[in-house]
Design a protein around this ligand. Structure first.
Ligand code: ZN
Length: 270
């Protein structure tokens, strides 16, 4: 293929539009998306002491090139592309300088697909975050998280049965997250259930209404992702934000309670 032929192909392809540099607000979104670290090599993209994002360790890279070279076009043109145009948020990602230059000039099919799947995962996490963030969580939950943090293990009554129910909701590939949730359920289910029962009916708190809400959020997340671990993590993170808790593990214990109690994941797999 000649450069002239490539130019005609690109001209005809509505995916290719003129380059648009992201503004400061968009740059912040790109950095937040990768949690301020290069998603390829893990290098920090913006240090805490750095105030101006313009003096930077990063670049906003195109995943599918804005102007592919003949060689890049030959390798990439049949592969999946994200976004409606090359300038969409979906087709860009923050990278460190060295990963960007490798990705920019020596694009292989494998590198492209790896970066594409990193971006897809980040987009999915964002969508889950937004879905879960719509949920209103009663202030009772804060009391519960605080109680979990304060109660010594000797005061907990371990669940007298095997939480088979939980195992039914997962497949073999979910082994790690299953064993985590099973651990929480075995140790904390009874305790959390009793705390909720104590609060039920007081100050307008209706436990069943909360369960219904949790379920509907889980179901919405299931339409966005099949990754149960990610769904569980987003749920725990939501509980952590809304209860302003500093204890991640206590929030995971509550999320595990919901998995066991609110018919969550088995609805999803049906
Ligand atoms: Zn890097």
């Amino acid at each position: 293929m000649t450069q002239f032929e490539l130019d005609i192909l690109i001209e005809k392809d509505p995916y290719h539009i003129s380059r648009k540099d992201p503004n400061d607000a968009e740059v912040r979104l790109f950095l937040r998306e990768v949690e301020y670290h290069c998603p390829i090599c893990g290098k920090e993209l913006q240090s805490r002491t750095q105030s101006k994002p313009r003096h930077k360790n990063f670049q906003i890279a195109h995943i599918y090139p804005n102007r592919p070279t003949i060689q890049q076009y030959a390798v990439l043109h049949n592969l999946e592309r994200l976004g409606k145009t090359s300038e969409d948020f979906e087709n860009k990602i923050a990278l460190c300088h060295s990963c960007h230059s490798i990705q920019d000039y020596q694009t292989t099919k494998e590198d492209y697909e790896a970066l594409l799947s990193i971006k897809k995962r980040r987009l999915e996490q964002n969508a889950l975050h937004d879905a879960v963030d719509e949920m209103y969580l009663e202030s009772e939950l804060k009391t519960i998280v605080d109680c979990i943090c304060k109660t010594p293990i000797s005061e907990l009554t371990a669940l007298n049965m095997n939480p088979v129910h939980v195992a039914d909701k997962f497949e073999d590939r979910d082994a790690l997250i299953l064993s985590k949730i099973t651990g929480f359920v075995t140790q904390y289910y009874t305790f959390i259930r009793d705390l909720f029962r104590e609060q039920d009916g007081k100050n307008g708190f209706v436990f069943n209404a909360l369960c219904g809400e949790v379920r509907s959020v889980y179901l919405k997340m299931a339409t966005l992702s099949k990754d149960k671990e990610e769904i569980f993590n987003q749920m725990s993170a939501l509980i952590k934000r809304k209860t302003v808790s500093t204890n991640q593990t206590a929030c995971e214990a509550v999320a595990a309670f919901f998995v066991q109690n609110c018919e969550v994941f088995n609805e999803i797999s049906r």
